[in-house]
Write a new protein. Structure first.
Ligand SMILES: N[C@@H](CCC(=O)N[C@@H](CS)C(=O)NCC(=O)O)C(=O)O
Length: 233
């Protein structure tokens, strides 16, 4: 089998989704620590200069959902998508909602938490309004039994796990509210996801790289925030 190379940085939620997928699929790959960059040479590999990038024998791919689908199409032995059309579409529905209405929203607040910048109150308010809608939608859609679409974790589980983790950190810090608690019903799923060897490996590297990243950026956020209990009004 041709060697796959994943270019990315362990702080990135998107990189971590792809890394976990490669591990769950038991595919051999090389992890090449790489930061996002607008350098012309990097944009030859990643047109938007973003990570993750997957290097394959056929060429480079970016965009997490495209990479996940490629891995499942090219290496079907351990599939991460449901076999039936409806469940497969349901998984994509969950992923789209999380990507657009949760991740892309909280990402607007990363500067004030993680990068030593400031967030405008108007941005905090507009993000909150969309998160409230997304929370209600995900309460309806995310019903693990024990995973989101079956007996083993798939694309939707991995996408949800790494993106809700970062989103929950943002909502706890910014709004003193937990997105994950407000979606509800995810406690056993979180335990099951945390017990995966893929999660243990990916999150161990996340924790150490994240601490360095926050210190380097003079960030307002500290990793302990995610363990602080919230006062429920
Ligand atoms: N839509 C992309 C998003 C990837 C993304 O935003 N990656 C971040 C790191 S988590 C990045 O490269 N940021 C640098 C930039 O936007 O210039 C995907 O699905 O892979």
């Amino acid at each position: 089998m041709t060697r796959l190379r994943l270019l990315g940085y362990p702080v990135s939620n998107y990189v971590n989704v792809v890394r976990a997928a490669l591990l769950e699929k038991e595919l051999p790959f090389e992890f090449v620590p790489t930061r996002a960059s607008q350098d012309a040479a990097f944009r030859q590999l990643s047109p938007l200069g973003k990570i993750p990038v997957l290097e394959t024998a056929a060429g480079c791919l970016t965009e997490t959902v495209a990479i996940l689908d490629y891995l499942d199409d090219a290496y079907p032995d351990i599939p991460l998508r449901p076999a039936r059309a409806f469940e497969r579409a349901r998984a994509r529905q969950m992923i789209n909602i999380i990507q657009i209405y949760v991740e892309a929203q909280v990402r607007q607040l990363f500067p004030g938490l993680f990068m030593g910048g400031d967030n405008l109150p108007t941005t905090e308010a507009s993000v909150r309004a969309m998160l409230d809608r997304a929370t209600a939608a995900l309460s309806q859609l995310l019903v693990p039994e024990p995973f989101l679409l079956g007996e083993r974790p798939g694309q939707a589980d991995l996408f949800a796990y790494y993106n809700l983790d970062i989103a929950d950190r943002v909502t706890r810090f910014t709004y003193h509210r937990s997105l994950i608690e407000e979606i509800g019903g995810l406690e056993d799923w979180l335990k099951a996801m945390r017990a995966r060897s893929s999660t243990r490996l990916v999150m161990a590297e996340f924790q150490s790289s994240f601490a360095t990243y926050l210190a380097d950026h003079g960030a307002a956020y500290s990793p302990e925030e995610s363990r602080r209990s919230l006062s429920h009004a």
